[in-house]
Ligand binder design. Sequence first.
Ligand code: HEC
Ligand code: HEC
Length: 655
Amino acid sequence: MTPSAHSKFLSETMKFIPLILAVNLLVSASYGQVEEPVRTQMPESLRTRKVPEPSNLSQFVKNKAEAIALGKALFWDAQVGSDNRTACASCHFHAGADNRSKHQLSPGLLRNIPDTTLQVGGQNHQLTKGDFPFHKLSDINNRHSTVISDKNDVASSQGVFPEDYLGLDANNQEIRARALDTSFNIRRTNVRRVEPRNTPTVINAIFNQRNFWDGRAMDTFNGVNPFGRRDSSAKLWKTRSGSDVFEVAVTIDNASLASQAVGPPLSAFEMSAGGKTFPELGRRLLNAKPLALQWVNRQDSILGSRIAATGKGLNSATYADMVRASFQSSWWSSTGRINSSTAGTDQSYKTMDLTPSVSPITNSTSSYTQMEANFSLFFGLAVQLYEATLVSDQSPYDKFAEGQSSALTGQQKRGLEIFLDKGRCVNCHGGAEFTNASVHKTTSERLSLMLMGDSQEAVYDEGFYNIGVRPTSDDIGVGGKDPFGMPLSLSRIASQRGSSTYKNIAGTFPNTSVEFGDRTVGDGGFKVPTLRNVELTAPYFHNGGTRTLREVVDFYNRGGDFGDQNINDLSPDITPLGLSDREKDDLVAFLKSLTDERVRYRRAPFDHPQLVIPNGQQGDTKSIANDGTGKAVDLLLELPATGRNGGRAFPNFLE
Ligand code: HEC
Ligand code: HEC
């Protein structure tokens, strides 16, 4: 290691703040006056952060307000799903996450040897409090105590029924064929597929430098799929005038959410019949009336002024109108036709070999308009611009960090102290974003060094840690590979492929010197989730196996669950904390100070159209109603539309 690498390591270890300073801070807390070492540790108000935005946005977007409205419509529109019943919001409707509890179990599909059998309950199981945590110990404070039960299932979100895409019919609807998925049926009646990782919140996700638990949604958007510069074949179509059209590669920075957004619409787990392409999705949606099937509130902060006379849907005739109002014409105005059948096929879980085998599109031979061929660009950027408005910066903690000492209770202030010091939480959940995986933190520090349990240094991707929630072999996380065979872990690219390959993918040279063969850690590492609004987003962790914040704190207090098995990759901060019951309560009270009440009550900017959401299927885990076509009958949950002043708060998971 070079001297500069060593000093970087030193500054990492100095993150530990003397308790006395934290106490000083709490007594004299006032914005801008605190002592230097503390100010760098105590997370700032989120209002101090600029919302990340692509530097070259104006090359693509001509009217940002229009694009935000388009993004909000697309995010909430059930027509985006092949079945006209699955929106992005179907899994991201409760504080940006999912509080459903029936048919939310996925078996251990991401294990090194996949496990296709459920352990907690069968398909269509109604989760109960007693099912949690998935790793039950006889003594919650001792990870070596007798294991009462251990389940490798994941509590996540139901997506779509297993189906293959065959094309569009005369009414602009998808022709689909039933597919069989051995993991998702009850006696050959298909049930909805369930995702293999728990659903994180979209609120404040704009601050994440990369998205998904394993960081596979890259910070640069290539206009086509989640993989940014990793996919050198990704191309869009541009025109100067008339029918002229040519292929171009684009690189849009600060756009991880756009990269992310183009994954689910084609995913045969999340939203689509398998084998669809983005131009096909474009053809269907560009001819559809936005939100045609859903009520929109007259007071909606973004869409209220655009409602159709009937109250259902928007007053734009089609999505094509909204695209024309939002994007530069060089991306859609060509009168020429394009032969593009490959653009943007489902790669969302290809990295994990989960893409079900699909038949190719059969009856779709025609070429595409430029607008259809570039639909992934419009979808990605519009959804990102909408999600960039979902910033919750008015929690009691923000007010406290801005100098209003009374915004936190005495108990919450004690909890903050533990967060900063004895609990070591801030070492990973640092900064105003409450995660080190932020744009702010990683701009200068994408790669970091840590001293592992065996006193050897290793390079890792800042903001991604193995904390021993599950054995590393259950889900390798950022230790996995992209569809092109490249490590998802940037540190591994630097150490195994060299710094010029690293630069091709990351856009810059490594911020710390990495030699060929240097030790890296990544296996079983997951992106640190934000803790903002965490009160509302149970169940927790990438496997959704923990139900309450108190159980999360118990987990950290005993030094994690699989620290011994995962020791080669485990973060050295994961060791027993020795917290008393009272300290645990204080810490939980502090975490609740991160709730922005506008999120709880679905007030602007968190207001939204109506959505009818699948919520398990008729029947139980053994016997299930069949709709006559080989699939189960949905139970439905209605989320009424809210306007800028919000509505009632919905119960959190299993409350
Ligand atoms: C079937 C449920 C489902 C649907 C539908 C769905 N998502 Fe997700 N979303 C998930 C799950 C599960 C993950 C985590 C996957 C992973 O990390 O491997 C996720 C991750 C995300 C993230 C990353 C957040 C983070 O902190 O890493 C964002 C942003 C997001 N989804 C937005 C969207 C958008 C936009 C759409 C529609 C285009 C969408 N989701 C559709 C379940 C869903
Ligand atoms: C070594 C880094 C690290 C430390 C220290 C740490 N965390 Fe975490 N935290 C993470 C990572 C990584 C995850 C996601 C892990 C996973 O799901 O496998 C996480 C997840 C969580 C979650 C679940 C959030 C969700 O949406 O699922 C909560 C709550 C949480 N941490 C609170 C805390 C508290 C409180 C402390 C201090 C006692 C703490 N963390 C210390 C890295 C850390």
